[in-house]
Design a binder for this molecule. Structure first.
Ligand code: BES
Ligand code: ZN
Length: 456
């Protein structure tokens, strides 16, 4: 077998591969919104059919939420598992999109050719890089290079509620020598990456209730408690003036990075000014005295993701609202314990409540940070394979996002995760006008072919 032949076939097949991706992108598989349940099913069906066309024994596996897609091909050599997710984030605010998010298109931009549409980079484009590499491999060689299990999830963007029970129930089928996860990014457009650290995530929603109904703010204002003001006070108290988070015990289990790791990250020459200027900013926020990469990859955060309360429609209404709520997420590192932090956060909020106010909490997922062992020979092989495809050698990097399944592979199936992806910082994942560079897609497919060649 020749890797060159597989790579040549990938190049020749790129237009058809792009068409297949566009087809998948047309399915609005928004997992968090029940209105799109049938579309999640459709995306799963589409993937089952596509995998079957590669000779994979694939099927939809039902869960209490959206289905998983699982499939297996037997073979010699290592048993590889591939994970990606077919669900996508909601598209709002829709008016900020330049096109229909589910009518994807290939566009030429000043920075190159892109595939634009919801899910292009997170994660449909990425998961198709692996499937397309397998397709080209099979077309050239008649079979896939080794034993491969495909495991595609439809609930990643909504906190993976069905994942852990599913993994326990299918533990044997999901145990492999290596779990390849394609849901992360490059370091930059020249430097491919293997991600070795992910932050954990804790989601909390709180609703503060004051008066038992909305009131006239002239008739009651001043004498009656306003829950939005209470909420604002609580939110403001979550950080001190140096950017540190004030929840008691929050920093338990947060390690300082080693001098070696700091030197390695400094060596990457990350330009935080360019990173921020891409999103219309100029100054580093956050904790005093910490570098951007350090804050993104190795420090915990507390961010307010949304606030709801009172009158938010057009015009003006002099209302003193009955309720105010906020969605707050914490990114976690090291061995920070999400459950302990949840408890401490709730206690802190409750203690700050004035008389006459009550609070209700809803939890939205809790996952610990992960850090992954890269000492096995497969990592050096994959790193070399990536370095052969991209202009500069591959780097080991951290990631500020969260992919809870990586930790579950370690804990539940005792399978080492290897996180490789081809997204770029300006892909606008979760935002309007999401895109995936054609270069990410094309070189991503070629990278997997090289990695499969190197691992088998
Ligand atoms: N693909 C992302 C994770 C990611 C984010 C990778 C940024 C690289 C850079 C993933 O789909 C995601 O968005 N995860 C969620 C977690 C989830 C529990 C909702 C996240 O990080 O917010
Ligand atoms: Zn995402």
């Amino acid at each position: 077998m020749s890797l060159d032949a597989v790579l040549a076939r990938i190049d020749a097949d790129l237009p058809a591969a792009t068409e297949r991706l566009l087809e998948l992108l047309r399915i609005p598989s928004i997992s968090t919104d029940p209105a799109f349940k049938a579309d999640c099913e459709r995306a799963a069906d589409w993937l089952v059919k596509d995998l079957q066309s590669l000779g994979v024994d694939a099927s939809k596996r039902l869960t209490p939420g959206h289905p998983m897609v699982m499939g297996h091909v037997p073979g010699d050599g290592p048993h590889l598992l591939f994970y990606g997710h077919y669900d996508v984030q909601p598209v709002d605010p829709l008016e900020l999109w330049d096109r229909d998010p589910f009518d994807p298109q290939v566009e030429d931009t000043p920075k190159g050719r892109v595939i634009r549409g919801r899910g292009a980079a997170d994660d449909k484009g990425q998961l198709m890089t692996f499937i397309e590499a397998c397709r080209a491999w099979k077309a050239e060689n008649g079979s896939l290079p080794c034993s491969i299990t495909f495991f595609l999830e439809g609930e990643e963007e909504s906190g993976s509620p069905s994942l852990v029970p599913f993994m326990h129930a299918h533990k044997d089928a999901l145990t492999a020598d290596l779990a390849l996860i394609c849901d992360t990014g490059l370091f930059d457009s020249r430097v491919p990456a293997i991600t070795t650290m992910l932050r954990g995530l804790l989601g909390e929603e709180l609703t503060i209730t004051g008066p038992d109904k909305d009131l006239h703010s002239g008739m009651y204002g001043g004498a009656a408690q306003n829950p939005i003001r209470v909420l604002a006070r609580i939110i403001a108290a979550l950080h001190d003036h140096t950017g540190r988070i004030t929840v008691p015990g929050f920093y338990d289990g947060v390690p300082e990075i080693t001098d070696e790791l700091r030197a390695q990250w400094d060596g990457l020459g990350f330009d935080h000014t360019a990173f921020l200027s891409d999103v219309g900013l100029g100054r580093l926020a956050g904790e005093d005295g910490r570098s951007a990469l350090e804050m993104l990859w190795s420090r915990p955060t507390c961010e307010v993701n949304g606030i709801i309360g009172g009158y938010t429609g057009d015009g003006f209404k002099t209302v003193l609202p009955s309720k105010a709520s906020a969605k707050i997420s914490f990114r976690l590192v090291g061995t920070q314990d999400p459950c302990a932090i949840r408890e401490s956060f709730r206690k802190m909020v409750t203690e700050m409540l004035p008389p006459d106010c009550t609070v209700e909490f809803t939890g939205h997922g809790a996952s610990q940070a992960g850090s992954f062992d890269t000492s096995g020979p497969a990592f050096e092989a994959a790193r070399q394979a990536l370095s052969d495809e991209w202009p500069d050698p591959a780097a080991y990097i951290g990631c500020g996002g969260s992919i809870p399944i990586a930790g579950h592979f370690q804990d539940i199936t005792d399978t080492t995760p290897m996180l490789i992806g081809f997204g770029k910082d300006d892909d606008q994942i979760h935002s309007p006008n999401e895109k995936y560079d054609m270069e990410s897609f094309h070189k991503g497919i070629r990278s997997w072919a090289r990695i499969l060649d190197a691992l088998t």
